[in-house]
Write a protein that binds this ligand. Structure first.
Ligand code: PEP
Ligand code: MN
Length: 263
């Protein structure tokens, strides 16, 4: 079902009017984790100011260590929704548990399935059974074929509103947090009809590489770019080192949007 051989035309995922896959660049920006209303409100304001319509933020955080901040859960989803509604933004947020999918429908506009859950088949089936766009991230060490099969699980349940997200894979290279597999973008665009987004924050794990990675993603045909923004990254409860602060976010967006205008 994900194959372009079966469906030659591009799938466009409409997220509250933002048509991901329509050939224009889209941006999914926001904090790593929802920490407080004040924090999300500040980010929502600048996203809206830049003319963007999507905000991301984790309420359920899949942390490597059980002792790290696990997210605010339902309270986090409520905070995101409130801050997003104040600026007519659409919410992208990760759900970890299949039993939380129904509950999440009231708060999120896109259900994110994280890298660590790419092969959580019960979660894929649950997300495939609802009428809500799904952003599926590539697994930590998943091949492109495994990634496409994971998406197939969602489509097989009847939900074809799937956005694929390349977020880097684990290799021997330690200069970046993960290795951004930029060639996965044209391969996924060729093999499937689904929109493809590149997460430059989790793939590079380096602030100095966010802009060049985003430019590369757009140049190679990605439909959207995801990156993390926090009002005060130094005190962030997760991914403190690689989130942009607000001035950096403005610079990042200006560089990308001006570049697009010149084309
Ligand atoms: C995230 O986007 O918040 C996240 C946890 O990313 P990943 O699943 O790609 O590690
Ligand atoms: Mn993060």
């Amino acid at each position: 079902l994900v194959s372009r051989k079966k469906k030659p035309e591009d799938t466009i995922v409409n997220v509250k009017g933002e048509k991901i896959g329509d050939g224009n660049p889209h941006f999914i920006m926001g904090p790593c984790a929802v920490e407080s209303y004040e924090q999300v409100k500040q980010v929502a304001e600048v996203i809206a100011e830049k003319g963007l319509t999507l905000i991301r933020g984790g309420a359920f955080k899949p942390r490597t260590s059980p002792y790290d901040f696990q997210g605010l859960g339902l309270e986090g989803l409520k905070i995101l929704r409130k801050a997003a509604d104040e600026h007519q933004l659409a919410v992208v947020s990760e759900i970890l548990n299949p039993n939380d999918i129904e509950m999440a429908l009231d708060y999120v506009d896109v259900i994110q399935i994280g890298a660590r859950n790419m092969q959580n088949f019960d979660l894929l089936k649950a997300a495939g059974s609802v009428n809500k766009p799904v952003l599926l991230k590539r697994g930590l060490a998943a091949t492109i074929e495994e990634f496409m099969y994971a998406a197939e699980y969602i489509l097989a349940q009847g939900n074809s509103q799937v956005i694929l997200c390349e977020r880097g894979i684990r290799t021997y290279e330690r200069a970046t947090r993960n290795t951004l597999d930029i060639s996965a973008v044209p391969i996924l665009k060729k093999e499937t009809h689904l929109p493809v987004v590149v997460d430059v924050t989790h793939s590079t794990g380096r602030k100095d590489l966010l802009l060049p990675a985003a430019k590369a993603a757009m140049a190679i045909g990605a439909d959207a770019v995801m990156a993390e923004v926090h009002p005060d990254p130094a005190v962030a409860l997760s991914d403190s080192a690689q989130q942009m602060n607000i001035p950096e976010f403005h610079e990042f967006m200006d560089a990308l949007l001006n570049k697009e205008k010149k084309k």
